[in-house]
Design a protein around this ligand. Structure first.
Ligand code: GFB
Length: 307
């Protein structure tokens, strides 16, 4: 991949895609191909094929996906499996037919079994039952991994799959019903502080543990692996450290500066008890994350206020 290569970032307005665009821009890549949903509907096979035939991208970052937090996944499983399968099928098949040199597919840590051995190494894939709240999404992402591997085997493509842990940062979804926990907490505490609410309600028991990676670190890892990695085996991307939702909640409360109470809504699901990724393969390849959680929380809160 050189500075003039034609690089298509599918999903460039989302949390991950927008971070990849920033990282490519910083690194001097000048030939980025960006299409909004109105310009190119990735669910439309004909449109995707004709885009690849006409524009001939050389490299593809497949960051487009139907994503959401625990409640969105649990409430709209049909949308999650359908849209993700269709996007993967349309983009990967068109990439193969049109000689794309390399494609990077974004998976998710939720592909691993609910009770996977911690920290979760790549070899845990397909060794046990999935977490129920995001089974549909996970199955679609697993299908994406197997598609990459199958196209590599049968057609000699260079499609790589990476599995990021829970992500956060600028351009996240801050909708209280459909977002992930970290943006939801920033917004809940911010609004409660402004309204002088006596308490903030947080979902679940707070006992679940999660690992959080700033999306600018993820984007950096994506560029690194696009250049350095070309095997079919999946690679975990994370920090190697996790904390409980209770600890995260207290940290967010402190960053926002909210003085009221925290109330736990235990009727809401906790989801997977723990999903800490084993990042030894990534470290052995030579990549480490740089943004510590306290710093990432602070800058993401600043971004939220400004935007
Ligand atoms: O971030 P989250 O929705 O995703 O929830 P998952 C993480 C934990 O935070 C759960 C708790 O234990 C939630 O119950 N939580 C507490 C909250 N308060 C809130 C809140 O206000 N909003 C949200 N959303 N959670 C998703 C998967 O699982 O993670 C996706 O459903 C994907 O498929 C993504 O893999 C990375 O980590 O549980």
């Amino acid at each position: 991949m050189n500075k003039e290569s034609k690089i298509f970032i599918a999903g460039h307005r989302g949390l991950v895609g927008s971070a990849i665009v920033r990282a490519l821009g910083r690194a001097g890549y000048r030939n980025l191909m960006l299409r909004t949903r109105a310009e190119l509907d990735l669910l439309d096979q004909h449109a995707v094929r004709s885009f690849f035939e006409t524009e001939k991208p050389e490299y593809v970052f497949l960051a487009a996906a139907k994503v959401g937090g625990i409640m969105a996944n649990n409430t709209y499983p049909a949308d999650f499996i359908r849209e993700n399968l269709v996007i993967e099928l349309n983009v990967m098949d068109a990439a193969c037919r049109n000689g794309v040199k390399k494609l990077l597919f974004l998976g998710s840590s939720c592909i691993y079994p609910k009770f996977a051995v911690q920290p979760i190494s790549e070899s845990e894939l397909l060794t046990g039952p999935l977490e129920e709240t995001n089974r549909a999404y996970a199955v679609a992402k697993i299908a994406g991994i197997v598609m990459c591997q199958s196209y590599n085997t049968q057609y000699g493509t260079d499609f790589i799959s990476i599995m990021p842990t829970n992500l956060y940062g600028p351009n996240d979804n801050f909708d209280l019903e459909t977002s992930h926990v970290l943006p939801a907490l920033l917004r809940k505490f911010h609004e409660a502080k402004k309204r002088n609410d006596p308490s903030v309600t947080v979902w679940g028991t707070g006992a679940a543990k999660r690992e959080f990676l700033h999306v600018d670190d993820l984007a950096d890892a994506c560029l690194f692996l696009m250049k350095k990695y070309d095997a079919s085996e999946i690679v975990n991307i994370g920090t190697g450290e996790d904390l409980s939702i209770k600890e995260l909640t207290e940290r967010v409360r402190d960053v926002v500066g909210y003085a009221g109470e925290i109330v736990w809504d235990t009727l809401k699901p906790d989801g997977t008890p723990r999903k800490l990724l084993d990042v030894s393969k990534l470290h052995a390849l030579g990549w480490h994350h740089k943004i510590p959680l306290p710093e990432g929380l602070k800058t993401t809160y600043e971004w939220y206020i400004a935007n």
